[in-house]
Design a protein around this ligand. Structure first.
Ligand code: UD1
Ligand code: M6R
Length: 371
């Protein structure tokens, strides 16, 4: 089952180029010249008009699935021009959130069986909201209970740490955002750029996987550390959170994903010459702000590891001592799919080097079917 790989987590990280292609297969329709022309989501077409008329869109899930919602929020806001809010499924139930008939709630789940997400779905249904699923497992409870949805078709995910489901969830939701905005003339160019970017995405993820040996080396350097901070913002706030979740759940190292804009509001106090800090600073609308974050972390002697775009020339001048990880540059809203790959590889290698079980981390189950 694991083939050439030692662990399911490793296999699933390396399967991502193929898994992402499967998510898009038959849905990103090409013209005769092979360019992406439009998006066709069989399961959503009947409901698209209702979703466009919603008062707001609510993205809901747990753990990694919730992080994928964070990664996609900005694009949903941009393309649908609707308010988009995020909800952790357990919190929906704790707060008895005000949901309404004219809300669209999108429930994201790899397993489709997570108790909190399923209960939040039942709650939203009882309030009369339109319920949409973004689910990997066909025939699962969430897939069956939603009004409509998209199967991400990532293939079975066995490792407890979610990897390929995360990237495929983002891609599936990019397709949803594209399909909801297909009538918008003003967004034609942006939509076209994203569609052509999607076509290149599996190749860019494959490119990133070639960094495996570099990440093994970095894991060797970091394996005795007790804490790791990861800063991101904008489209890559989710990358920071998801990278930190991977490091803590499998490598059993304390790690915190931090919105870089919050740095001066507390986290900066943790920074000294011993603290390893990863900053996601690929080239997008947040680049200059991230450059300033890097300068400030450097001024406090932080041990910096920077994830930068392959054509970047500035960051290594800003922080000459930093470890630089170069990733392929893609459309800004797709960059999170690429940027998470080095962090998945790092957490995998840290886990193995520290002698832990990455497929069955202590105290965790693949599917959390009780509240
Ligand atoms: C479907 C078929 C696929 C076939 C394709 C051909 C299934 C599961 N999928 O894929 O095998 O190749 O047509 O046109 O038979 N749904 C939910 N909630 C969810 C996820 C999905 O209600 O969380 C619903 C959808 O609204 C849809 C159905 O399940 O009615 C299948 O969804 P999906 O597999 O995403 O649809 P297609 O990509 O059209
Ligand atoms: O199956 P789901 O996507 O609903 O699961 C949600 C979380 O339990 C899951 O993502 C969990 O956080 C993973 N162990 C993260 O790797």
């Amino acid at each position: 089952m694991k083939g050439e790989f030692d662990h399911f987590m490793q296999k699933e990280i390396f399967e991502q180029p193929e898994a992402i292609s499967s998510t898009m297969r038959g849905r990103l329709v090409l013209d005769v010249l092979g360019a992406a022309e439009r998006v066709m989501l069989g399961g959503m077409s009947q409901f698209a008009a209702t979703i466009r008329r919603s008062r707001r869109i609510i993205l809901c899930g747990c753990g990694t699935s919730y992080n994928s919602a964070i990664a996609i929020r900005q694009l949903f806001e941009e393309l649908t021009e609707l308010p988009v809010t995020l909800e952790l499924a357990s919190d929906v139930l704790d707060r008895r959130c005000p949901f309404f008939r004219d809300d669209t709630c999108i429930f994201i789940s790899q397993s489709g069986e997570t108790a909190d997400t399923l209960k939040a779905l039942e709650y939203a249904k009882a309030k009369g909201a339109l319920c949409v699923g973004i689910v990997n497992t066909v025939g699962s409870a969430i897939s069956r209970a939603t009004d409509c949805g998209v199967h991400i078709n990532a293939g079975a995910e066995i490792g407890v740490a979610s990897t390929k489901a995360y990237t495929c969830q983002i891609v599936a939701m990019v397709l949803v955002a594209l399909s909801l905005s297909e009538d918008s003339r003003s967004k034609h160019t942006r939509r076209d750029d994203i569609m052509q970017g999607l076509l290149k995405l599996p190749g860019c993820v494959k490119e990133c996987l070639k960094m495996d040996a570099i990440l093994l080396e970095l894991a060797q350097e970091l394996k005795e550390e007790h804490s790791l901070l990861i800063f991101g913002r904008g489209f890559n706030y989710a990358t920071a959170l998801e990278g930190a979740l991977k490091v803590k759940e499998v490598a059993l190292v304390h790690s915190e994903g931090i919105l870089a804009g919050e740095m001066k509001h507390g986290p900066l106090a943790l920074v000294d010459k011993h603290m390893p800090i990863i900053v996601v600073c690929t080239n997008d609308g947040s680049y200059e702000k991230q450059q300033s974050v890097v300068q400030q972390l450097k001024a406090r002697d932080g041990r910096l590891i920077l994830i930068v775009s392959d054509d970047d020339t500035e960051m290594e001048k800003t922080a000459p001592d930093a470890v630089i990880l170069r990733v392929p540059k893609v459309e800004d809203c797709l960059q999170a799919v690429v940027n998470i790959v080095p962090l998945q590889l790092l957490s995998y290698h840290l886990t193995v080097l520290r002698g832990h079980n990455c497929d069955q981390p202590r105290n965790l189950a693949k599917s959390v079917t009780v509240e």
